[in-house]
Design a binder for this molecule. Sequence first.
Ligand code: PLP
Length: 393
Amino acid sequence: MHLFDKCAAFTAAREARAAGMYPYFQKITESQDTEVVIDGHRKVMIGSNNYMGLTHHPKILEAARVALETYGSGNTGSRFLNGNLDIHDMLEEELAEFTGKEAALVFSTGYQTNLGVVSALVGRSDTAYLDKLDHACIQDGARLSFGETRRFRHEDYAHLEAQLRDTDEGRGKLVAVDGVYSMEGDIANLPELVPLVKKYNAVLMVDDAHSLGVLGPNGEGTAAHFGLTDEVDLITGTFSKSLASIGGFVAGDDIVIDYLRNHARTEIFSASMPPSAVATVRAALEIIRTEPDRRERLWKNTRRMMTELTALGFEIGPTQTPIIPILIGPMDLTFKVWREILDAGVFTNPVVPPAVPEGGCRLRTSYMATHTDEHLDFVLEVLEKVCTKYGVL
Ligand SMILES: Cc1ncc(COP(=O)(O)O)c(C=O)c1O
């Protein structure tokens, strides 16, 4: 066997491309957050994670410009060595305050955050308990660690309890969940989870990638949404969604964050967040704090789409947030529907295994504070027309 035999045998993507049905790596040539241009045609974007609609906010663009001029385009090294700027430290202080934790540590992506945190904390004599629908970077962090990994059925805390009960008391225990599940849009039931975690002397980590800006009285995330900030040990998050940039962070007790600062390999052995990204995140945090009407508008759009999609007869699953999946089922049908919806002027994301279970293919749609009523009218009209044609409705 040659190492590359598997590459030659992988024909699915080539076949889909030849049939004009390959849905990934779409070339966007212009973007105005709610609208993008593909192949010279304008599409309404309901496939991003830009919940607050901040990627084109004038204050954010200006912050990036100033940072570029002050610090240059990149840091050419890890924060450990030559790549630590004063604004990295300032951002960490602001994030700790925003999330209600003692300290925070910034990474260069959200993926690296979870990978680094889980793999640094879960040692040989520890166990990680993961919801089966946790994001890939949490699962990969557990694989990279030297500890044991157990997976419980999605949101099934009786299953989790059975696993906790069945574990040797001497082991360190990390329970890691997504605050909002990225393909379902449901919220982790922290009020049920927190007492269980405490009962078994475990540590709770919540990935707030899709909750920052969206949940909580001021957009602080899932723990604040439930009034449980002090009960959640570690909050992780990404800057690539509501915070309109790239990077990630973990927030928690000072002593834990200091350990991670000195042990998380994805932070130590990787170049730091570029200056313009740090500056945009700081500006985005400020806007989230000072423009609460954006969150109100996001929720108004979300409620409207949940109500109208359900009334039209779409199956949207257990979502409670701006992530609203349209459940279709078979993969072929999902791709056909996706293609026709895109051609009609609406950008969605087709999601197929392994991101979702077999037979659970869907279009992931997600909404923004900056979508206008006219955008949403158009989206509803297109979705109804195409999905009726294909028998999805
Ligand atoms: C729940 C969750 N966690 C972490 C990440 C990783 O974040 P990033 O894209 O910033 O690396 C994502 C991104 O898709 C996510 O959905």
